[in-house]
Design a protein around this ligand. Structure first.
Ligand SMILES: Cc1ncc(COP(=O)(O)O)c(C=O)c1O
Length: 449
């Protein structure tokens, strides 16, 4: 075992993977886990769709780390932009105005839907959502926020209260004023509601809550970690109409679905819906430097001409992050990555269909662009999930182990696993990953009844 003093003297040497893991486990906390259960992969370097351990084991990054490294790893253009910004002005406080901040906000105004053209920059997605709900409350003078159960909006107090999934439980009772609107998906056995049904029940909840007390509804237009849930046709347009009817602001949480993941700049673009507020992070910089933002429509920004905007962060509009975002957006454009996500998304759908026809444990799969998920079942008739809600099973654990052994990194959660590679992926790389998945499903097939 390494002692702390030995470690201190080692800062300029390269550590072995085991040592990195041991020290990280001893001196840091890993997210959302009992620490005894964590078994992290030591990562030394990354390029394109791959990353490597210090010992040189290669992984296909089939989750873009945390659905964020959309342009792939190690893009020199972004690295250079960060270096150049660091050399000139690594930091200016948020009361200053900088050229990168100016350029990035103009670019985002061009890319975001409708008349969204003012932005407040944060350190990540949770803070973007915290500020989105605060802005909605200040602008409308109303208090309540509607959110769905099958959602994740971030790990800070307000964002966790908005979050409907089990990550909320330990943070309860949370902030006041948050209520639930109906979900349109009910798990692999019950499936999807129609848009009409989900909207009718949503309007009933608004009536019961008192629609005039509601400041905003926040949704992930395509739900991320809670299942890559693509709303039924008409749902997003209907939600927009309900918000308009009752003077409620619509907040689109595009933290995971934004920046090309679904084959459009933002997932709301699939339905041509214009939200009042839009939160983003992850793909905004492809995580090269941390950055989030909340964008708002002109009329909301105008409200803060005379009224104080009560919000602030030391690292708001951080120059390194703004430079990383500008360079990342240029990469999406130069390399036609949104188009590639669309094209490779079709390949992913075909590969899903092939697996579905051959594997009894393949319950269903969904993808929109390169945002994909597979749900595994024990029986195609009963559609009993391969692991319960918020739980796991020996088969799902064995599948996760197999992926790791074969050098395929992705998120295995409950009865599902995700297929979210960087948007740079080629058809050949996609087929290589699916060949590993194909073999892995032989393990879960054995759990079928
Ligand atoms: C939809 C969504 N919103 C918000 C967040 C929180 O973002 P962050 O972890 O950057 O605070 C996430 C993170 O996964 C997310 O997926």
């Amino acid at each position: 075992m390494t002692t702390p003093s030995e470690t201190k003297s080692k800062t300029s040497e390269t550590m072995a993977g085991d040592e990195i893991v041991e020290l990280c486990r001893r001196h840091t906390l890993f997210e959302w886990s009992a620490q005894a259960a964590v078994d992290p992969i030591p990562v030394a370097r990354a390029k394109g769709i791959h990353f490597w351990t210090p010992e040189g084991k290669r992984f296909i990054d089939f989750n873009s780390q945390l659905m964020c490294v959309n342009i792939g790893h190690g893009d020199e253009r972004v690295v250079r932009a960060i270096q150049e910004q660091a050399a000139v002005l690594p930091y200016a406080n948020p009361f200053m105005a900088t050229e990168v901040r100016a350029r990035l906000s103009v670019k985002l105004a061009e890319l975001t839907p409708g008349d969204i053209d003012a932005f407040f920059f944060t350190n990540g997605g949770a803070e973007a959502n915290e500020n989105a709900i605060r802005i909605a409350r200040m602008y409308t003078g109303r208090h309540k926020i509607g959110a769905r159960y099958r959602s994740y909006h971030g790990g800070t107090a307000g964002a966790l209260t908005l979050t409907g999934d089990p990550r909320r439980w330990a943070a309860e009772p949370g902030i006041p004023g948050v209520f639930r609107i109906p979900d349109f998906y009910h798990g692999v056995q019950r499936g999807f509601d129609t848009a009409e049904d989900a909207l009718m029940r949503t309007e009933e909840v608004l009536e019961l809550e008192g629609a005039k007390t509601v400041a905003a509804i926040i949704v992930e237009p395509v739900v991320g970690t809670n299942g890559v849930l693509i709303p039924p046709d008409g749902y997003m347009q209907g939600l927009r109409a309900l918000c308009d009817k009752y003077g409620i602001l619509l907040i689109a949480d595009e933290v995971m679905a934004g920046f090309g993941r679904t084959g459009e700049w933002f997932s709301v673009d699939h339905w041509k819906v214009e939200p009042d507020l839009i939160s983003m992070a992850k793909g905004l910089t492809s995580a090269y430097v941390q950055l989030g933002a909340v964008g708002m429509r002109r009329q909301i920004a105008d409200h803060f001409e005379k009224n104080v905007f009560y919000g602030g962060l030391t690292y708001n509009s951080h120059p390194l992050a703004c430079a990383a975002a500008l360079a990342t957006i240029a990469v999406y454009e130069e390399d036609n990555l949104i188009e590639n996500a669309r094209r490779m998304g079709k390949v992913m759908s075909e590969l899903f269909a092939d697996l579905e026809s051959r594997h009894p444990s393949f319950g269903t799969a969904r993808n929109i662009g390169l945002f994909g998920i597979v749900e595994l079942v024990r029986n195609k008739e009963t559609r009993e999930p391969m692991a319960p809600f918020n739980g796991t099973s020996p088969e799902m654990q064995a599948l996760g182990k197999f992926f790791r052994q074969e050098g395929l990194y992705t998120l295995v959660r409950w009865n599902t696993f995700f297929t979210n590679p960087p948007l740079t992926i080629t058809e050949e790389q996609m087929r290589e990953a699916f060949a590993i998945i194909d073999k892995g499903l032989e393990i879960t097939d054995q759990g079928c009844e």
